[in-house]
Design a protein. Structure first.
Length: 96
């Protein structure tokens, strides 16, 4: 079976990006658990229609919907929690 090198490289880069984003999100989660309890907690849920829903975890309500590129797949945060990164699998891009 012949493998197209360009597609293989894109697939490997996408997999590496997703693993990196998962690692960063776990780091942010650990930092959030150590922070003061007065800090609000939000869940960022990607949907295949190109939207990330922001949910207030205390009230279980959607507080915002953020348009991103097509087929968002993973969500991660920077260490201080001020930025959210979304991996868009269909376009091989990252939204901030």
């Amino acid at each position: 079976m012949k493998i197209d090198n360009k597609k293989h490289s894109i697939a490997l880069a996408s997999a590496a990006l997703i693993l990196f984003l998962i690692f960063v999100s776990f780091t942010a989660l650990a930092a959030t658990e150590q922070s003061a309890s007065s800090v609000k907690t939000y869940a960022y849920i990607p949907s295949y229609d190109g939207i990330v829903s922001v949910i207030d975890a205390a009230t279980n309500t959607v507080t915002a919907t953020v348009p991103v590129e097509s087929t968002p797949h993973g969500v991660a945060f920077n260490p201080d929690g001020t930025k959210v990164y979304v991996a868009n699998s269909a376009s091989s891009t990252v939204s901030l």
